[in-house]
Design a protein. Structure first.
Length: 313
């Protein structure tokens, strides 16, 4: 009986691995790397560029996403007259993962390295959505020489207290069970995410083709999903330490917050940040967690204002 059970488990495991390999191959053919690979700290970072002249703007995506989050939303509004750098965070999209990449300091170093290479000697506006907002804040704290201003979109900024994270991240993050669980994600993950997109945008409508245009299918490659899970699992403790440093920030900051955001509490995150630093807060009564889609023109205007204002300061 034990032999039969072990054989069955082995067969299921092998089947899951084959499925995940096939899925990874297919999704990478559908959504290949669009940008260039830079070496930062001995690791590769994938960067999509738009625009050839003007001030530099670095865009940092949130959890479960990649650099394509911006290349069909904000970038077309800004690329005339600006140099846009959209980078995959470590382990996401096509950027390389490495030990301790879940720390905000490590992710900020990789993003800063992009600016060191592609905008040397300049200061850039950094745009961060959700988790990317925490990384953008860390770049401004650790490398203020690179930053002229921040535009934060529904940012996560503080320890949220109860420590709860989604069950699938809890299973995917550990070193033993995580790799096994992650092999199963291609079986059900894409359908689950497609069904849940509306809730992230609510009450605003999700744009047509969001899953495809943002290449969300890349998330369900096992290595990508584990990287995302480890980021999210570490984030609360990381923010507990980082948030104490926010009074060090001296750059202009504009924050866009959907008042009906159900992914992150605006009061807990943006509200607490506002107590620590001077910032311009734009409250959007009819938006959820994705303000750069429904309010893309307002967000683009804010980025443009900080970027062009920095040129004249």
């Amino acid at each position: 009986m034990i032999t039969v059970i072990l054989a069955t488990v082995s067969a299921l495991g092998l089947g899951a691995c084959v499925t995940s390999m096939a899925y990874t191959s297919k999704v990478e053919r559908s959504y290949p790397a669009e940008g260039e690979m830079l070496e930062v700290g001995g690791k590769s970072v994938h960067v999509i560029r738009q625009g050839t002249s003007g001030p530099a703007v670095l865009m940092i995506h949130g959890a479960s996403a990649n650099a394509r989050e911006f290349d069909w939303t904000l970038a077309p509004r800004l690329s005339p007259g600006m140099r846009l750098l959209m980078a995959d965070r470590p382990g996401h999209g096509y950027s390389q993962r490495f030990d301790e990449a879940e720390t905000l300091a490590a992710q900020a170093r990789q993003m800063a390295g992009v600016l060191d290479q592609l905008a040397p000697g300049e200061k850039a506006v950094i745009v961060g959505h959700s988790f990317g907002g925490a990384v953008a804040l860390r770049v401004a704290l650790d490398r203020p020489d690179l930053v002229s201003g921040l535009v934060l979109l529904a940012p996560v900024t503080h320890d949220w207290g109860d420590g709860a994270t989604a069950w699938y991240n809890t299973l995917a993050a550990p070193p033993v069970i995580g790799p096994m669980f992650s092999q199963l994600l291609p079986l059900a993950g894409p359908a689950q995410v497609k069904g849940g997109i509306d809730s992230v945008f609510r009450p605003a409508p999700a744009p047509d083709g969001y899953y495809e245009n943002s290449a969300l299918g890349l998330l369900f490659r096992p290595s990508n999903f584990r990287a995302n899970a480890r980021d999210v699992q570490a984030l609360q403790a990381e923010l507990g330490a980082q948030s104490a440093r926010y009074p060090e920030l001296k750059v202009p900051i504009i924050v866009f917050s959907g008042s009906q955001d159900t992914v992150l509490s605006p009061k807990l995150h943006v509200g607490e940040l506002k107590k620590q630093v001077a910032l311009e807060l734009v409250i959007l009564p009819d938006e959820g967690h994705m303000p750069h889609h429904g309010e893309g023109e307002a967000v683009s205007d804010a980025i443009r204002r900080l970027a062009l204002g920095a040129e004249t300061r």
